[in-house]
Design a protein around this ligand. Structure first.
Ligand code: XMP
Length: 333
């Protein structure tokens, strides 16, 4: 009896009631959840909504372009992009602890949304000067929080805090936004169905999940600009080869992780190397609450490994994660 049209109707009514005539911003991460959440709010309250895309420097290759072009074209939402790479790198400098990274990233997201909201209000006031139209504060922030995010951040009854998802346990306490979370009771496959029903393009609804804290939690060790660049190249290679092999359907997602705190000895050409390993973490799953490691064909693994060790500087080894969830989580941090 679950049906995406009903969910949309119900959520649109709820959002209208919650938001009234207030102004709303939605953070877009490039991922499926934030895209669908924002599209629902847009359907409910139209141009009371402004979407904000934070380029925090922890993104994968091409992510920004997909949001700025494909998403805007299919939804018609108003989008503001904020360049915040230096801000995030400065905040993360010297930090290796996974929970600390998550909290810092969650906090910087909110600080960035607050600044964007303030800029919007100033702009609206300037536009409204002389007229008596309403240019009030932005009261609401849309988040694409899913049911599993709530459970795994310790929000469900009787569950331990496994990880502070950036949009649940990672929020600063002094945040003034009220949250609009229209996906809070849904699982990922349901979110995708809602997105399709809303007419979002397949490149967005069919995407593999990507965590809000981005590549920041796929570097084991301190996050630096150089390391992010390496990881971005390795991730792009893995994605290209998996897609070319037609494996996107079979894989839930394939995090690519840089073990920045580990080095091993290698040989390349006729020289010794002392570089970092890259971990491939392909998983199959229904809802990310549990997962199994995907048995990828050896020749695909070989191709990815060859390309990564040849094309990514400072990486001299590729390893495969063969752990299910539990006991491993999908992401390494
Ligand atoms: P784990 O690593 O807990 O991940 O097994 C389960 C799923 O959630 C994604 N993930 C996140 N998504 N914000 C998100 O939006 C986060 O902070 C976050 N942490 C993990 C992960 O990619 C996987 O799909």
């Amino acid at each position: 009896d679950w049906n995406s049209a009903n969910v949309i109707e119900e959520q649109v009514a709820r959002i209208k009631e919650q938001v009234g005539s207030a102004r709303v911003i939605a953070g877009l991460s490039g991922g499926v959840d934030s895209a669908v959440a924002a599209a629902l709010v847009h359907k409910a309250v139209g141009d009371q909504l402004t979407c904000v895309f934070v380029d925090h420097g922890l993104l994968r290759a091409d992510e920004r372009k997909q949001v700025e072009e494909d998403y805007v074209a299919s939804t018609g939402v108003r989008l503001v992009t904020v360049d915040a790479e230096q801000q995030f790198l400065d905040a993360l400098a010297g930090v290796s602890d996974p929970e600390q990274k998550r909290k810092i990233i969650g906090r910087e997201f909110i600080r960035t949304f607050e600044a964007a909201a303030e800029a919007l209000v100033l702009e609206a006031r300037a536009d409204a000067a002389g007229s008596d139209s309403d240019a009030g504060q932005v009261e609401f922030l849309v988040q694409g929080t899913l049911y599993p995010d709530v459970v795994e951040s310790g929000g469900g009854s009787g569950t331990a805090n496994i990880k502070s998802h950036h949009n649940v346990g990672g929020l600063p306490e002094d945040m003034t936004f009220k949250l609009v979370e229209p996906l809070r009771t849904l699982f990922k496959d349901e979110v995708r169905a809602v997105g399709r029903e809303l007419g979002l393009p397949e490149v967005i609804v069919g995407r593999q999940p990507f965590p809000g804290p981005g590549l920041g939690i796929r570097i084991v060790g301190e996050v630096t600009k150089d390391r992010l660049e390496l990881l971005r190249v390795a991730d792009k290679i893995a994605r290209e080869e998996l897609t070319a092999a037609g494996l996107d359907e079979e894989i839930w997602q394939c995090p690519v992780v840089l073990l920045a705190d580990v080095r091993s000895v290698g040989v390349q050409g006729d020289g010794r190397t002392y570089g970092h390993p890259i971990v491939l973490r392909p998983v199959s799953s229904e809802d990310a609450m549990t997962a199994d490691w995907t048995r990828l064909p050896y020749d695909i693994l070989a191709k990815i490994s060859n390309r990564i060790t040849n094309e990514v500087p400072d990486v001299n080894r590729v390893v495969l994660d063969v752990t299910s969830k539990p006991p491993g989580t999908i992401e390494w941090e």
